[in-house]
Ligand binder design. Structure first.
Ligand SMILES: NC(=O)c1ccc[n+]([C@@H]2O[C@H](COP(=O)([O-])OP(=O)(O)OC[C@H]3O[C@@H](n4cnc5c(N)ncnc54)[C@H](OP(=O)(O)O)[C@@H]3O)[C@@H](O)[C@H]2O)c1
Length: 502
């Protein structure tokens, strides 16, 4: 019908070559006829959520404004409807009048993605021409059945959050893939699939019913060995720094993982009672955006790693944003057994954890490996240092680790050019493996960033109270590598928040 109308009614046959035009027009046709009926039934809580909207409101993709009558115009100073389908504007403005908005309603002909929306907001004088509305201007941003259809959901959501005032609200109601394994239904899931292959997204304004929209709205990160010391401080700092970080865009879930459930849950409780977190209103329980959840994870126990990986896969269909591999051990003494256990945890198991987590990251996700300055190469004979530096792959580094363990077994590590220090060699191996993993990701064309860092000499149980930095200070570089704009740096070894020579 849309094609016939374009040729015979609008007399614009050349427009058939413009797929974007056709998509919007066919959606406008569909929505003009069915929008009212499809807006009768909406999830219960949405009525009060939109009814409570106040101040300056941005409504993304209102269609013909069928839902406007559910808003209360009294507390709203102005509402801007962002609707890219021009054919829907007449109906939209009519419904806005009927809903009692009068002069307060303004329809913008643009999309919700920043490159379309920001110029339209400038043009209409809503955003200042200097373009820097750092703290956002809207009190409320409504996305009602629209994020399932935007071409770049992640960039769009991030852009919308920057337009929201601190303390502002996002009101979101979206199609999601039917969770048939849990509370959904298999027949509904099958129908979503059938509709999709019949071309639903093309004709319905790009609506992808099978999109994991919830995942785009939520950022998530993992910290290992987080029940105490630097790991616990990393979780605290992540919650404190997230709202002002470049990663910021909506709710943030931090997995505080620990090998012991009792210690993990006690750490979680400490964070919920933390005065600084409360004062900053960082946690969801205090009205903030960050939620911290405990999950068991012993990196030396394969079953535990697999079970946590399965949990992430199930909960985060589109991946997590970062993993900070902080868990590590430093044992007293030096012999072949200590070397085996230390290399086991700090090198082999940490690198295995990287392999387990890499496929569970978002396409631009990050791995941060907490290594140490003791892994610096200045303690090695030239030939070993050169082997580390020339290593191209993880197996090159692993063969150095094996040679170290064999030399210790034979009591000849010094002659072989190694220090008599299990911890230091394990951390040198971790830095080398980090560089190898980063290289392998780059070669695959992946945008995942893999970096290693030294937190500094930190006062924790590991340093028996001798460290000179506080755990919060030690957390700064790992947190920067997870949250900040590090200009695409990968394979780096960082200290004091800067990349350094290995
Ligand atoms: N402190 C420093 O000056 C310093 C300097 C350079 C690098 N680092 C590195 O920073 C990281 C944190 O050190 P820290 O000083 O905070 O040490 P810490 O206080 O001893 O904490 C180490 C953490 O790792 C956990 N852990 C150990 N083995 C684990 C395993 N198999 N699975 C899961 N978690 C495990 C511990 O859990 P439990 O409580 O259950 O033992 C603890 O939560 C380590 O990788 C360390 O090598 C520290």
């Amino acid at each position: 019908m849309t094609i016939l109308e374009t040729i015979f009614k609008d007399h614009q046959p050349l427009k058939l070559l413009n797929l974007t035009y056709l998509r919007y027009k066919s959606f406008a046709r569909f929505w003009t006829h069915n929008g009212a009926a499809m807006s009768q039934e909406i999830p219960g809580p949405l009525n009060s959520l939109v009814g409570d909207c106040r101040g300056l409101v941005l409504d993304i993709g209102p269609g013909t404004g069928e839902l406007l009558k559910r808003f209360n115009p009294e507390g709203i100073t102005a509402i801007y409807g962002v609707e890219p389908a021009a054919d829907l504007h007449t109906g939209l403005l009519k419904n806005a009048q009927e809903a009692g908005f009068g002069e307060k309603y303004h329809a913008l002909l643009c999309g919700g993605e920043p490159e379309s929306l920001i110029p339209a907001l400038h043009k209409n004088g809503i955003l200042s021409t200097s373009g820097t509305n750092e703290d956002g201007i809207f009190d409320e941003i409504c996305c009602l059945r629209v994020l399932c259809g935007v071409p770049q959901p992640e960039a769009t959501i991030k852009g919308l959050y920057t337009l929201l005032k601190p303390g502002g609200r996002m009101v979101i109601c979206e199609h999601v893939v039917n969770p048939w394994r849990t509370e959904g239904r298999i027949d509904a899931r099958v129908m979503q699939f059938v509709y999709s292959i019949l071309g639903w997204p093309f004709f319905l304004g790009g609506c992808e019913m099978q999109r994991h929209t919830g995942e785009f709205l939520r950022k998530a990160g993992v910290v290992t060995g987080a029940n105490k010391g630097i790991g616990l401080a990393i979780v605290r700092q992540l919650a404190l720094q997230y709202p002002k970080s470049p990663l910021h865009s909506g709710p943030f879930l931090i997995y505080l993982t620990a090998r012991d459930q009792g210690r993990g849950e006690a750490a979680l409780k400490d964070l919920h009672d933390d005065v600084q977190l409360k004062k900053a209103k960082a946690l969801k329980s205090d009205g903030g955006e960050s939620e911290i959840r405990y999950h068991q994870l012993d990196i030396t126990d394969r079953k535990s790693v697999e079970s946590f990986a399965a949990h992430l896969k199930q909960e985060h269909g589109d991946g997590v944003d970062f993993v900070i591999n902080n868990a590590g051990i430093a044992m007293n003494g030096f012999d072949a057994n200590i070397v085996k256990t230390t290399l086991g945890c700090n090198y082999y198991n940490t690198v295995e954890a990287c392999h387990m987590f890499l496929p569970l990251l978002k396409p631009e996700g990050r791995i941060v490996n907490v290594a140490s300055m003791s892994g610096h190469l200045n303690k090695y004979a030239d030939d070993i240092r050169n082997r580390f530096l020339a290593a191209k792959s993880e197996s090159d580094i692993t063969s150095i680790m094996k040679d170290f363990a064999s030399a210790v077994e034979a009591g000849k590590e010094k002659e072989a050019g190694f220090p008599s220090a299990a911890y230091a060699v394990s951390k040198a191996g971790l830095i080398g493996a980090t560089k190898a993993l980063a290289r392998a990701e780059e070669e695959k064309g992946s945008k995942i960033l893999v970096n290693a860092c030294c937190p500094g000499y930190v006062n924790t149980d590991m340093t028996k109270g001798n460290g000179t930095k506080s755990p919060d200070e030690g957390a700064q570089t790992p947190v920067l590598l997870a949250l900040a704009d590090i200009k695409g740096t990968t394979g780096g070894f960082w200290q004091h928040e800067k990349p350094i020579e290995w």
